[in-house]
Write a protein that binds this ligand. Structure first.
Ligand SMILES: C[S@@+](CC[C@H](N)C(=O)[O-])C[C@H]1O[C@@H](n2cnc3c(N)ncnc32)[C@H](O)[C@@H]1O
Length: 362
């Protein structure tokens, strides 16, 4: 376990919307706020933001509806045994011979049979390892360390573009590597963190925080993009199945879980439809969330490619507090500018990441 105060060293899988690159900005903004100790990371995804905040000494609650996000958060924020407890367990899992099973059948491709997310040899390893983890008599936080290690190892040998909606027609170079589990880079913590797997409306009103950070799904402002292509449950169904190990019914060429279909697994923040008042349902959801959240400060991430127009975002924020900061970051060049919020807005044509910070009205 590392003892470091460097909040920027985090781990995570490839994930659309991961805030890995934005960590320096988010941490700097949080550090400027007086008296902030408790923080909610409300849509924690990879948990990179939650990890960074916890490394900086904040008391963090990580929340996300995804099963696999809960597992990462439990590994980094709750597990407390030393690395020496997990090292022999990982060595044992690494030594298991591969075997054919459910994952090999559905997600493993032979040499000549690309268009699968992993090589057959690594899915055979996975079948052996996943079954063994279920057999091991371990407490949940300890299981989460092994499962996090497994996800990080799989992410290094995949043959995808970073999601599981369609697969490459030629094997990626990294897919030839052998699946090998390593110790996750956990860090010492004094306890007090929490991990929830709840809808954000339940989570945000459950208690008071000094700071709430929200990074909701953005949907897409590209009307030609089918909504199913920008939905997290559809993109990352494989990780859900890996954690649940529930052998779900699958459909389509990408072998998605049937419960990741549009009608069953949508988040209100991904809803591209308009309410009777002409505004997006996603905007109504955000307004409701800002109003219901019990926090002194709220930090919100959003993308210029997202479905909600920036004027509407700013209105929603202004209705709920005083805008303290508004950053616009060119994602590709990693250049930041600070925006004034009185000027007239036009839609940014490039891909920018926005960070808004408000002090919430009482
Ligand atoms: C933009 S991603 C967050 C990325 C994260 N900040 C990171 O750095 O990896 C949005 C997340 O919101 C989660 N989500 C979607 N709807 C939700 C809801 N109603 N309540 C809680 N989490 C939700 C998704 O599972 C997804 O992980």
């Amino acid at each position: 376990m590392q003892h470091t105060s460097d909040g920027l060293s985090t781990q995570g899988i490839k994930y659309a919307g991961s805030k890995k690159k934005l960590l320096p900005y988010l941490l700097a903004l949080a550090a400027e706020l007086p008296g902030v100790q408790t923080v909610l990371d409300g849509f924690s995804g990879t948990t990179r933001v939650a990890q960074a905040l916890a490394r900086r000494g904040y008391t963090v609650t990580a929340n996300d509806t995804a099963d696999w996000s809960e597992v990462f958060a439990t590994c980094y924020l709750l597990s407390s045994r030393p690395d020496s407890f997990y090292a022999p367990l990982l060595a044992h899992l690494n030594s298991l011979p591969g075997q054919n099973g459910w994952f090999s059948r559905h997600y493993g491709g032979k040499e000549t049979d690309a268009k699968k997310p992993f090589r057959l040899k690594n899915m055979q390893k996975l079948d052996a390892i996943r079954a063994e983890i279920d057999r091991m008599p371990l407490a949940w936080p300890d299981k989460c360390v092994l499962l996090s290690s497994l996800m990080l190892a799989l992410d290094k040998v995949d043959s995808t573009l970073g999601h599981f909606c369609s697969y490459l027609s030629r094997w990626s170079a990294r897919s030839a590597g052998d699946l090998t589990l390593h110790l996750p880079h956990r860090f010492a913590h004094g306890g007090g963190h929490r991990v929830w797997k709840q809808d954000i409306f339940q989570a945000a009103a459950r208690q008071n925080w000094d700071l709430a950070y929200f990074d909701p799904p953005y949907g897409s402002n590209n009307v030609k993009m089918p909504s199913s292509r920008v939905r997290y449950a559809a993109y990352y169904h494989f990780w859900t199945t890996l954690i649940r190990n529930d052998r779900p019914e699958l459909f389509g060429a990408a072998a998605r879980r049937t419960d990741s279909r549009d009608r069953q697994a949508g988040s209100v923040f991904e809803d591209f439809r308009r309410a009777p008042d002409g505004h997006l349902w996603a905007l109504h959801a955000l307004q409701k969330l800002l109003a219901q959240t019990q926090a002194r400060y709220i930090m919100l991430s959003y993308s210029s490619a997202g479905s909600i127009a920036k004027e509407d975002l700013l209105d929603a924020l202004r209705q709920n507090g005083k805008l303290l900061k508004f950053l616009k970051i060119d994602y590709k060049k990693n250049i930041m500018s600070e925006m004034s919020w009185t000027g007239k807005w036009t839609r940014d044509e490039k891909n920018y990441e926005y960070i808004f910070l408000i002090q919430k009205s009482a």
